[in-house]
Design a protein around this ligand. Structure first.
Ligand code: 8YV
Length: 312
């Protein structure tokens, strides 16, 4: 395990394997990445552990046969290079869905209703008391949410918006989806951006979605609209987002992920109309336990000679 995972997860792994837990919380260094491939049969890596083609190439006779990623997103692993090296990759879908959707709603509400700004005002001792036109935000009820990427997490967000807030749902995805709630699919990202009050990003990270939200898409959004990102930071061209916020092209943003995480631009920190969370999409003990136990189940099946349940 490349980071300390919850005790229940470590215990489950220890019951079946000779377990080594790397005791620190930062991503592995390149030397550690190489050692992970040469010294272990299976690895449970996670966000920030960059398995690039160069890392696989540097360890030609690797011992590792499985990367059982902790997390649904695996854009830090070059899966085709892993495959070429004869290494299987698995992930943890399902376990993360509801918790991540909840954080999308947290960001939607915080951004639209100016919650961060209000809390900062109060904590700074600057609240002079209620009045009828103070901190007026955007009411979400009856508005339109646009979901970019209608996979498991996108659908969980859409359901919360439709059933919980009476919002209309529009989306853009590569292929039409068979959905159990009403939703309108728009052919282009620009058309979706122009049609909605809140645009929420729920696509996987990786080369295909890098800078999907660029200056053109942001320019298509309405000036009262908000952008929410719970996916991966580099789905958004951060410099273009800063420009769109500074110039009033959009009203606000709620972010859980950043292009150069954990670095967060000072320009974003300086703006009142931006909600900044430190990648807490799945940060609840039971969720992290479920994710970890899923990784362990993948390891167990793989080393029993079976097809792991969550093959990438
Ligand atoms: C994880 C996530 O906590 O599952 C994912 O892909 O983004 C988060 O919920 C973290 O990234 C570890 O993978």
């Amino acid at each position: 395990m490349t980071r300390p995972l919850p005790e229940r997860v470590q215990a489950a792994a220890r019951a079946m394997f000779d377990l080594t837990v790397r005791p620190i919380t930062t991503p592995m260094t390149e030397a550690e990445m190489r050692a992970s491939l040469s010294d272990f049969d299976g690895v449970v890596p996670t966000l920030g552990d960059l398995y690039t083609p160069a890392i696989f190439a540097a360890v030609p006779d690797q011992r590792c046969r499985l990367l059982a990623n902790f997390g649904v997103g695996y854009n830090h692993i070059d899966v085709s290079a892993a495959r070429e090296a004869g290494i299987t990759v698995t992930n943890t879908p399902g376990a993360v869905t509801d918790a991540t959707a909840d954080v999308a709603l947290t960001l939607m509400l915080m951004s639209a209703r100016r919650a961060g700004e209000g809390e900062r005002l109060l904590r700074a001792g600057k609240w002079e008391g209620w009045h009828p036109t103070q901190l007026l935000g955007l009411h979400l009820g009856g508005k339109t949410v646009g979901i970019v990427g209608m996979g498991r997490i996108g659908q969980a967000i859409a359901r919360r918006c439709h059933f919980g807030f009476g919002m209309s749902v529009a989306y853009h995805s590569r292929s039409p989806k068979d959905l159990d709630f009403p939703a309108r699919r728009l052919e282009t990202l620009e058309a979706l951006a122009a049609a909605v009050d809140v645009l929420v990003l729920a696509v996987p990270g990786g080369a295909e979605t890098h800078h999907l939200i660029n200056a053109e898409v942001l320019a298509a959004m309405q000036p009262h609209a908000h952008l929410v990102n719970i996916a991966r930071g580099n789905v958004v061209e951060e410099a273009a987002l800063i420009h769109a916020l500074q110039s009033g092209q959009i009203a606000g943003a709620g972010l859980d992920v950043y292009e150069f995480e954990p670095a967060v631009p000072e320009a974003l920190i300086a703006m009142e109309n931006v909600v900044l969370l430190p990648h807490i999409g799945t940060a609840a003990l039971e969720v992290r336990e479920d994710m970890g136990l899923m990784s362990v189940a993948n390891l167990k099946a793989f080393f029993a000679g079976e097809t792991p349940p969550n093959l990438v």
